[in-house]
Unconditional design. Structure first.
Length: 364
């Protein structure tokens, strides 16, 4: 049995990004595999839940947590392998015996740094890039598309990359009374399209808003509900903050509300320019929502034939897909059933097996 440490901070966060949601999934699965290895969870805040005695954990609230404290813990705990959920391994970790594993959700910033918010760009280029190139022993890619990008853009050999797919569990399912619930929670008493995610350039919110404006010109009562953080660094995201006709921004909503929103929407509209996976696509399908997604990156891997795949650079095509789902109830019903079946492919048992296999490969 090996001693394996995880950067488990997403487990105790209440407001998580997509990257953090994936990482929280992986860490939670380990709670069901305590007999396989000796596990160490590292936090910046003490966890509120009680873990199995087989899970050892530490926390530290002060400065230099990643750069100094975690490497010290790796030495003290005699860790054989450490798994970081960001694309970053602290330099001092390479001075410990621990093998390093990093979850990579995407590397689209290698193509266009404008996909990254300005305050983070310097760290991405001077922190993430050297870490991926020089300080990572094994990579966990959350899709085949991400694996191929690691190979083509960073020259990482295939044998150093494992694919571990995110999943949905029993909490993500259709809720029959969802429409009444979202009416009471958010005052949404009309049909609406839904967008879920952190609004930034790769999410293509500018073209989505343009397509919705076309739809609203034809159907003035159409609604678009946007859920998630909005980063105010780009003109297209500022449009959400300023407000547009028929567009309602709910900001971040509790996890338990998301299945209700998915279950009651006309469709999830997420025509991203690129995605490393696209967890909202999977969540929406599991909840019985029709899905419109981009035909780029990992989106076709997730959606398959269970949704409408569109050219994300073509506003007219996005509009036509939204119009089709608004007008055709039978198409929505067909995609609902396809989506529910498609989502079953991405299950916790598969993900746990892939994750443990990745650790075994990294330990060799």
């Amino acid at each position: 049995m090996a001693r394996i440490a995880l950067d488990a901070r997403p487990l105790v966060k209440t407001k998580r990004t997509g990257v953090e949601n994936v990482s929280a999934q992986f860490a939670r699965l380990i709670l069901n595999a305590t007999d396989r290895h000796i596990w160490h969870f590292y936090f910046t805040e003490p966890p509120k839940e009680t873990f199995s005695p087989f899970i050892r954990w530490r926390y530290y609230r002060g400065p230099a947590w990643m750069r100094l404290i975690v490497p010290i813990w790796l030495w003290c705990d005699r860790i054989d392998l450490v798994h970081f959920y960001l694309n970053y391994v602290p330099p001092l970790a390479r001075w410990t015996p621990a093998k390093t594993v990093v979850t990579v959700c995407d590397v689209m910033w290698l193509d266009d740094i404008n996909f990254i918010d300005p305050p983070s760009r310097k760290f991405i280029l001077k922190g993430f890039l050297p870490s991926l190139q020089k300080r990572t022993d094994h990579f966990i890619a959350i899709s085949e598309a991400t694996k191929l990008e690691l190979m083509s853009k960073l020259g990482i050999p295939s044998e150093r990359i494992s694919i571990v797919l995110p999943y949905t569990d029993e909490n993500w399912r259709p809720y029959p009374d969802a429409k009444e619930a979202v009416r009471k929670l958010y005052g949404l008493d009309k049909d609406f399209f839904l967008f879920v995610g952190t609004a930034k350039p790769n999410k293509n919110v500018g073209r989505l808003l343009d397509a919705f404006a076309q739809l609203r010109a034809k159907y003035p009562k159409a609604q678009l509900v946007i859920v998630g953080f909005v980063l105010p660094f780009w003109n297209e995201t500022k449009r959400i903050l300023k407000g547009e006709p028929g567009v309602r921004w709910l900001n971040y909503v509790p996890d338990e509300h998301l299945p209700l929103l998915y279950s009651s929407c006309l469709a999830l509209v997420s025509p991203s320019i690129n995605e490393g996976f696209g967890l909202p696509l999977l969540e929406a399908m599991a909840c019985g929502a029709a899905v419109i997604a981009g035909n780029t990156g990992a989106q076709p891997e997730v959606v398959g034939d269970a949704g409408l795949l569109v050219d994300p650079f073509n506003t007219e095509v996005i509009f036509e897909a939204m119009l089709a789902l608004l007008e055709d109830a039978s198409l929505r019903a067909e995609l609902k059933q396809r989506g529910i079946e498609r989502a079953k492919i991405f299950n916790p048992k598969q993900t746990l097996s892939q994750l443990l296999n990745a650790y075994e490969k990294a330990l060799k």
